[in-house]
Each structure stands twice: as C-alpha cells, then as structure tokens.
Design a protein around this ligand. Structure first.
Ligand code: BGN
Length: 367
C-alpha cells in the first residue's frame, strides 16, 4: 500500500501540478462568467414580460417602467462592471436605461454638410453604421428604407433616428434603396433588394430588419428597434398631417422581422408597382406562415409623418394582386427577384443602394 502511494506521488510530476492549477483557474473563471449570464437572463425575463405586453407601460409613468430600477443595466461606472472588470464583454441591457417615453420630433432645414456636422459627436461610421462601445449589443439591426426625391425629409429622418437608435444601444445600419428616376416606385421590391444587399455587403451580419418609410419619425423612446419572437408592426398610431392612421389590419409604415422570418415568408411580393397593397400582401404572407403580428400599445407606437406632396401613382392592379397573394407567395418574392445593382454610395450617415428593374418583364414572368 505504502509502496503504491509512493509510486503514485512519484508519477505526479511538476507539469501535472501546473495543469491542475490551470484547470482550477478555468473553473473559477467559468463560474464567474455564469454569474454574469444569469444576470442577463434575469433582464431577459423582465423584458419578455414587457415585450409580450402583459405589462402595458403607461406614458404617464414611463420613467417608472423603464428606469434603472426596473431594468437593471451595467453602466461604465457601476459596481458590477468594476467588480467583474470585463465591462466590454457585458451584453447591453434588453431595455436600455434612460428611455423616458414621449419625445418631440426635431426639425432640420440646413444642408447635408451642416447635418453631418451637427451629428459629428455621435461617431457614426461610414455608410451610416454604428455599434455601442460600452457594451456588447444584443441586436444587429438593418433599417431598410425605400427612397426617392425626399431630401428634406431624409435630413429630418437622420437627425432624429441616429440619436434615437444610439440611445437604444443597438448595432445598426441605415440603408436607402433608390430606383433610377424613370422607373415606377415599387416599395416591396425595394425592401427585398435592401434585405439582400445589406446582408451581402456585411457578410450576413444583420439579424433583424426594420422595413421603414422615410417620412415616419418615432415619437416615443419606448419603441425598441429590435425583433421580438413574432413580427412586429411598430407604427401602430401615425399622425398623418391632420388625420390618424391606425388599425389592426395595417402592416405598412415601420415593421420588424428577423432575417429568418423574412426568408420564411419569401420577402415581399415584387409585383406591386405604384402606391398601395404591398404591405397588405406582406401581412397576408406573415399570417399565412402562422406568425402572429405584435404591436406596441397605441400610446407608445406613435409616429409623426413629415408632410410631403404625393408623387406616386396609385396602383389600380393592387386588388387583383391581393386576391392571389397566397397562391403566389412561394414563387413571387426573394426567390424570384431580378434587378440590377447600379451603384452603392457609402455616405457619412447612410448607405445608398441605387437599383433598376424591368417592370414589364417582372409582371409577365410566370409565378
Ligand atoms: C391601405 C393600403 C395600404 C396602405 C394603407 C394606409 C390598399 C390595398 C387595397 C385595400 N392598401 O388601404 O397599402 O398602407 O391603406 O395608407 O390600398
């Protein structure tokens, strides 16, 4: 017995002692990381309750619902970050602190250079990309914006949206998709192109997509630009000039889908040339694929439409197209799109994708 023990000790070389010491360190490190994970899980659970809208935040007590005490966050100076010392690797909070409800829309009527200067403190990267430095973003979100001839509105959009998105601590990119001047505007087709090109350009980085009209400015900081489990219609209550646009049957304006959800529904139809119907078609696809559409309560999902003259022709074919949405949806969309990428402009505040397509060819194609 003694002989055996001596033999064992003899075999226990110096390198094995080092190995045991390193393993112990690794074990302690794992416990430590798990501690942080369980903290973020806690935040997720609270957010889950919130995002399911079982708790309806009230605009009058927005502070109460969204401040630090309700949704803990790890800020640069917090004890938690000092204690763990790996502040850069901490996930950003699900609901960032300091989101205090209703915000006024900021107007802007200077030049683009003036706009860029006025936003220069935001450290926006080329192409309109940004990611928080103080924590690891939970969401990688691409904003896809069909665009043409709306310079003044675009400036107001950028002036408001960059600071709004940064406050949410998400990683984001802003993409404008513009057809050549002589083509009929096709919002759905442009959304599909934005989805494809933004992914291609970033090596498939984006996980969540906001399909966004350029003339809609969020009026409440609690509208989180993330993708929950189900597709979300963000612009639940739009003030359009002197009227209100709102209703359960709408899915236009601003809507959020994950990359996988967008692929599952085969994107938008490519066939709606001119104004109207493409968003209804998209909504049918979503419901047909057994997704449920979620919305913020009306007092939160508020947007202001910036006034402009309408230059789009109304699509009189939209009713006929809508009748066959379900029949066509597996063959008309992301998997059948055809377009030409004419240019990609990497601006200081956005990426602009300039494209062309053949309307007659697309309409005559068999689906
Ligand atoms: C609907 C349009 C939508 C538009 C909303 C809000 C149609 C199809 C025939 C019912 N749909 O009526 O495209 O987003 O109004 O303006 O016209």
């Amino acid at each position: 017995m003694i002989k055996k023990s001596l033999l064992f000790l003899g075999n226990f070389s110096f390198s094995k002692i080092i190995l045991a010491f390193l393993s112990l360190n690794l074990f302690i490190f794992l416990l430590y990381v798990n501690g942080i994970e369980s903290n973020s899980l806690n935040i997720s659970l609270k957010y889950f309750l919130f995002s399911n809208e079982t708790i309806v935040p009230n605009s009058n007590n927005s502070k109460e619902n969204l401040d630090n005490s309700t949704f803990p966050t790890v800020s640069k100076n917090s004890n938690l970050s000092k204690e763990y010392g790996i502040y850069n690797k901490t996930l950003c909070p699900m609901i960032p602190a300091k989101l205090h409800g209703r915000i006024p829309v900021k107007y802007f009527n200077g030049t683009f250079i003036e706009l860029e200067n006025s936003l220069s403190n935001l450290s926006i990267e080329k192409g309109g990309l940004w990611s928080p430095k103080e924590c690891k973003p939970r969401y990688k979100v691409a904003l896809i914006i069909p665009y043409r001839n709306r310079e003044n509105i675009l400036k107001i959009f950028l002036k408001n949206l960059h600071p709004f998105l940064q406050k949410q601590q998400i990683e984001y990119g802003i993409y404008l998709i513009e057809p050549l001047q002589n083509l009929t505007f096709n919002r759905g087709l442009l959304m599909n192109i934005g989805f494809i090109e933004s992914l291609k350009k970033t090596n498939q980085k984006w996980e969540c997509f906001m399909f966004h009209d350029v003339d809609l400015i969020p009026e409440d900081e609690r509208i989180i630009y993330s993708c929950p489990e189900q597709p979300r219609h963000l612009s639940a209550f739009v003030t359009k000039f002197n009227t209100i646009v709102s209703g359960e049957a709408l899915f236009g304006g601003v809507s959020a889908l994950t990359k996988d959800q967008m692929k599952k529904v085969n994107g938008y139809s490519n066939l709606y040339f001119g104004w109207g119907g493409e968003d209804d078609d998209f909504r049918y696809r979503i419901l047909q694929n057994n997704f449920k559409i979620t919305r913020y309560p009306l007092e939160i999902g508020r947007y202001l439409m910036i006034r402009h003259t309408s230059d789009q022709k109304i699509n009189s074919e939209r009713f006929n197209l809508l009748k066959k949405t379900v029949e066509r949806m597996k063959t008309d969309g992301l998997n059948s799109i055809e377009y030409k990428l004419n240019d990609m402009i990497i601006g200081k505040l956005f990426t602009k994708v300039i494209v062309s397509y053949d309307e007659n060819y697309l309409l005559k194609k068999i689906y």
